[in-house]
Design a protein around this ligand. Structure first.
Ligand SMILES: [Zn+2]
Length: 60
């Protein structure tokens, strides 16, 4: 039985032997990377952005 894989970015079909598996190409791989650094994906983390100080005040 042949199993099909699909690129998570553009949903195009790809072979198991795809060089950039599970992405169809390097471009989609980079887009996925961008999504992560973008915060588009929910990443469980203890890290929080704390804004308890105004940046301008540091400059004065
Ligand atoms: Zn793709």
């Amino acid at each position: 039985m042949k199993r099909l894989f699909f690129c998570p970015i553009c949903k195009s079909e790809l072979g198991r032997e795809a060089v950039d598996f599970p992405f169809c190409c390097e471009r989609c791989r980079l887009i996925d990377l961008g999504n992560w650094s973008d915060g588009s994906y929910a990443i469980p983390s203890d890290e929080q952005v704390v804004e308890d100080e105004e940046p301008n005040r540091l400059l004065n």
